[in-house]
Design a protein around this ligand. Structure first.
Ligand SMILES: Nc1ncnc2c1ncn2[C@@H]1O[C@H](COP(=O)(O)OP(=O)(O)OP(=O)(O)O)[C@@H](O)[C@H]1O
Length: 260
């Protein structure tokens, strides 16, 4: 009970490039427990995406240890331990929304009846019931991103890794999706790792906020949120929220003032 779902110990990653080595992650230590909502925030190039990709076995650490559900990231990938949501929805235009959500399930060998039931369930979870037969271009950007979240949820992994999923959306849509994601997290109890550039988004969503700084990319602060799980949008006007946002901003300044 309460064993970490994601456990990083002294994770280092250096990319070898034509211009010389890029030290993307340095001494990253972090434990994430089941059911936590952990956001990664920091200026461009601090290694947020690289760390998420390392958890997802899309990059390999140069040194250090990393486990996901007690397995190596590669074993966890094969065990389908997580769903991954990219910044762009990445839906195939020639497939319907239901067809897009179903695609990974087809590749994984789920039967037709099971696929139909799962697609329906996740469409409801992201509030897109009734849109399964539409094509991506018939949906707004926010709805497309919800469809891509549904696709990541369809095989029911306990972990959801999200790389700036709402970065390209306008603020009103982003607010609505933030509310919807929080609701989904409360309903499903999933463990979520979430990359963002936005202080209010990180503060609104997270149970813990990991502040990172660049050159080399490292964790400079880990902040526990005192906010309750139930968070209406207007919680952002409360003194607790404002104080937490201030603490995150201080953490960002401390790490790398001028870039934030
Ligand atoms: N495949 C790669 N090869 C070489 N360098 C890379 C590669 N991927 C990332 N980097 C470098 O590693 C560093 C960390 O990049 P990363 O994308 O993780 O940062 P980030 O914090 O997610 O930035 P952003 O907020 O702009 O997405 C950057 O200096 C980046 O240029």
């Amino acid at each position: 009970m309460n064993a970490p779902v994601i456990h990083a110990q002294s994770v280092d990653l250096t990319f070898q490039t034509a211009d010389g080595p890029v030290h993307a992650l340095k001494d990253v230590d972090l434990s994430i427990k089941a059911g936590e909502f952990v956001s990664f925030i920091g200026p461009s190039g601090c290694g947020k995406t690289t760390f998420l990709r390392t958890i997802a076995a899309l990059e390999n650490p140069t040194s250090g240890r990393l486990s996901v559900n007690g397995m190596s990231p590669d074993e966890a990938r094969r065990a389908r331990a997580y769903g991954y949501v990219f910044q762009a929805p990445g839906l195939y235009p020639w497939r319907t929304i239901a067809g897009n959500i179903s695609l990974p399930l087809e590749i994984m060998g789920f039967g037709k009846a099971d696929r139909t039931e799962r697609v329906q369930r996740v469409l409801e979870l992201v509030d897109l019931a009734g849109f399964g037969g539409k094509f991506p271009w018939q949906l707004s950007g926010g709805m497309q991103q919800r469809a891509s979240i549904a696709r990541a949820l369809a095989f029911d992994a306990d972990i959801l890794l999200m790389d700036e999923p709402f970065g390209a959306l306008d603020e009103i849509v982003r607010d609505r999706l933030n509310e919807a994601l929080l609701e989904l997290w409360r309903k499903t109890g999933k463990t979520i790792g979430f990359v963002t550039h936005s202080i209010p988004e990180a503060v609104y969503l997270s149970t813990r906020i990991v502040v990172m700084s660049p050159r080399p990319g490292r964790i400079t602060r880990v902040i526990d949120s005192p906010l309750p799980a139930e968070r209406p949008l207007d919680i952002r006007d409360t003194p607790e929220f404002i104080a937490l946002a201030h603490e995150v901003r201080e953490g960002l300044r401390e790490g790398h003032g001028d870039d934030v």
